[in-house]
Design a protein around this ligand. Structure first.
Ligand code: NAD
Length: 244
């Protein structure tokens, strides 16, 4: 492993968007710590594909103690962390009348608490280096709400508030924090949706196609790079014009 390369941590790395972000950052010259819930054939395939530019780390990022161990393991191996992409996310959709408190809490702790935990833990490392990028993967639903997704939209809206507060708090230390709000992206998360839901979504997208994980990853690559040096605290829609 080349210790002169910059390092990035990507959560939810075996998923559609996460894997594309790992490929993008590896292509941009980063060593990537790909965080997965459990190592499986998808993470193994990614490891084979990216070779010495990637390490796979298994952790439940909704648990603070696991996040602490994770960050210490990664910074020990890499000697620093320049980029954190808080991408892991889950859905537990239901109408509010049927949504259990547990389904609400699980979605918020996985999608939102984890981003707070990891940002808090990587900040001292980035602060020392006086450089860092934190990129939070929010959602169209975090900006606009969605029936059946009160838990998910609350967590994704929370990520936007977190992004803006961290941006203000970390700016003087050279750490920039931004959020990306994807629209409808073809991944395992959306593969499970019913055909009528997919058709209704497509009708509302001016570019008349669903997004690809690479569409989101390309923008994350830009936010991770020096080219975004004057941008912090912002939310960027990558949604084919869905939010226009
Ligand atoms: P995905 O289901 O393919 O990937 C999500 C990954 O997160 C999975 O690999 C899963 O194992 C991991 N994960 C879940 N809980 C975890 C935990 N506790 N600890 C560690 N890892 C955990 O989903 P995706 O579509 O690639 O979504 C990636 C991100 O983009 C998510 O935050 C999602 O909410 C967001 N997003 C997706 C879409 C879309 O249309 N696909 C739209 C807007 C936002």
């Amino acid at each position: 492993m080349n210790l002169l390369k910059k390092s990035a941590v990507v959560t939810g790395a075996a998923g559609g968007i996460g894997a594309a972000v790992c490929r993008e950052l590896a292509a941009d010259g980063y060593r990537v710590a790909a965080v997965v819930r459990k190592a499986d054939e998808r993470s193994e395939a990614l490891r084979r594909e990216l070779g010495e530019d990637i390490i796979i780390c298994a952790a439940d990022i909704s648990d603070y103690d696991e996040c602490e161990k994770l960050v210490s393991e990664i910074s020990g191996k890499f000697g620093g962390i320049e980029v954190l992409v808080n991408n892991a996310g889950i859905t537990r959709d239901n109408l509010v009348l049927r949504m259990t408190p547990r389904d609400f809490e699980t979605v918020v702790s996985t999608n939102l608490n984890s981003a707070f935990y990891l940002s808090k833990l990587v900040f001292p490392i980035m602060m020392k280096a006086r450089r860092g990028r934190i990129i939070n993967i929010s959602s169209y639903v975090g900006l606009h709400g969605n029936s059946g997704q009160a838990n998910y939209s609350a967590a994704k809206a929370g990520l936007i508030g977190l992004t803006k507060s961290l941006a203000r708090e970390f700016a003087s230390r050279g750490v920039l924090v931004n959020a990306v709000a994807p629209g409808f992206i073809e991944t395992p998360m959306t593969d499970v949706l019913a055909e009528n839901v997919r058709e209704a979504a497509l009708a509302g997208i001016p570019l008349k196609r669903f997004g690809r994980p690479e569409d989101v990853a390309a923008f994350v690559g830009f936010l991770a790079s020096e080219k975004s040096a004057y941008i912090t605290g912002q939310v960027f829609s990558v949604d084919g014009g869905m939010s226009v």
